[in-house]
Ligand binder design. Structure first.
Ligand code: EPZ
Length: 428
């Protein structure tokens, strides 16, 4: 007799087509918080981080840092003190890394500071194989001895890391961040060519410079880091999350601009605004950092290509696909960054969307309306696309695998309820 273990499955249930109206606040950027937290390994002095978002990934990184030897204390909501006490472990274990691939961000800092690290190889995820070969090749060039076996990266640099010239074959966000951290206390100068230019990379450079690092060129294709002996403590406030902000811009556009977005990082979304303008949506400033999406009566189809910053971000691809699925006409979205980031397409089809995939391009023929159905979240950002779809669909939508959503969106249920959404969680 085979006992099929009944797994309890959590879901988010949404009653669609409620009138949403009100104010949402953009939280601190997840993809800035994670490298900034990893950077606390680079000094034995205290670091205070403000505007930390309460996300699963952030608490996984907190557990990883505590496992290694950093004391983490919550001083008040969103404000945490990080202080290195002593090395408990030089291993980032599989049970933590498997929950969050960005755990790879501790590798560079541990190697540079402790000259040794054992980090579980991050698995792939639903959007792609997500290799880390660029990170390892670069660290080897800086003098690290690295071997990968039994699912672990074994790295050591008995004489410390040495600065050198590194050129990434493709722009890599966490690769750039990993090497920037390692190079900040390596010996000599490191030139990082074909570096990622995301605002989160610049935010990390800004904090490292406050800690005494010598970094130039952050935000451009070439970053030059001159290693220093040691870094000191500092206090830093994390930038707003441009992906959460872009997600809310889509929501505001779909709800006739009745949603005001506070703490909106307008300057990080220029290319996204270009696309919104083509669709017939303008982000209008209504307060110091508050914006609202003003839209034309009729929206227009669009042609989107995801590329590295400052162009259209892959992390907003799914959310825009939901928007375009109810815009009359034929839109196309080409996903150039990840090889498998269309897992939300079959789920949107279940809600009535008309989308075809040709290799890396999705062809979306707008439909009049979506209708509610049980669907599943397939990755962190696609889960937000399904929430938006549920909010505009007629009837009830249940989204399973909802842990994806909690990894990237702080208090999403309460933020949506504040707007008048009928959202509840359940377990089956
Ligand atoms: C970062 O992932 C983000 N995560 C991702 O956000 C984001 O989608 C991605 O950048 C692209 O913008 C964090 O910052 C924590 P990459 P990362 O290295 O650094 C290939 C989210 O939703 N590549 O820039 O892992 C890779 O396969 C997440 O918050 C290699 O081949 O992405 C991809 O095709 C999802 N070898 C491309 O480069 C490597 O060693 C860009 O990846 C590294 C990357």
């Amino acid at each position: 007799m085979i006992n099929i273990r009944e797994e309890t499955v959590e879901f988010l249930e949404i009653e669609g087509r409620k009138t949403l109206k009100g104010v949402v606040h953009v939280s601190g950027a997840k993809n800035a918080a994670l490298p900034l937290m990893a950077a606390t390994l680079l000094t034995d002095e205290a670091i205070i981080l403000n505007n930390i978002p309460y996300l699963l990934d952030v608490f996984t990184m907190k557990s990883l840092l505590e496992h290694i030897g950093i004391e983490v204390t919550e001083l008040e909501k969103g404000k945490f003190l990080f202080r290195f006490s002593e090395v408990n472990s030089l291993e980032a274990p599989y049970e933590l890394v498997s929950k969050m691939r960005a755990s790879i961000l501790v590798l560079g800092a541990m190697l540079a500071r402790f000259h040794q690290a054992k980090v579980a190889l991050p698995g792939g995820c639903s959007i792609g194989t997500r290799p880390v070969d660029f990170h390892l090749t670069a660290l080897k060039k800086m003098g690290a001895q690295i071997k990968v076996e039994h699912g672990y990266i074994y790295a050591k640099a008995p004489d410390g890391l040495k600065g050198t010239v590194i050129e990434f074959p493709k722009k890599t966000v966490t690769g750039t961040e990993n090497i920037m951290m390692a190079a900040s206390i390596a010996e000599g100068k490191t030139v990082l060519k074909n570096a990622a230019k995301e605002p989160e990379v610049v935010d990390l450079a800004n904090m490292l410079k406050k800690m005494g690092a010598q970094i130039e060129g952050e935000g451009t294709d070439t970053i030059v880091i001159t290693g220093v002996k040691r870094l000191k403590g500092t206090e830093h406030t994390i930038i707003p999350d441009r992906i959460e902000a872009g997600t809310f811009a889509v929501l505001s556009a779909l709800f006739d601009g009745n949603i005001i977005i506070e703490n909106y990082p307008y300057q990080y979304l220029k290319y996204v605004h270009n696309i919104l303008e083509k669709i017939g949506v303008t982000m209008v400033q209504v307060g110091r950092n508050s914006f609202v999406a003003k839209r034309l009566k009729t929206l227009y189809p669009a042609k989107i290509e995801t590329r590295e910053y400052p162009f259209f971000p892959t992390d907003l691809q799914a959310q825009f696909m939901t928007l375009l699925s109810v815009v009359e006409g034929v839109s196309t979205i080409r996903e150039n960054i990840f090889e498998n980031r269309f897992m939300h397409v079959p789920e949107l089809r279940r809600l009535g969307a008309n989308i075809k995939i040709n290799n890396r391009t999705a062809v979306i023929s707008g439909v009049k309306k979506l209708t509610g159905a049980p669907v599943k979240a397939t990755d962190l950002r696609a889960s937000a696309a399904m929430v938006i779809a549920g909010l505009i669909a007629e009837g009830t939508t249940r989204i399973y695998n909802i842990y994806h959503l909690d990894r990237g969106y702080e208090d999403i249920d309460s933020k949506l309820r504040t707007l008048g959404a009928e959202v509840s969680r359940g377990v089956e």
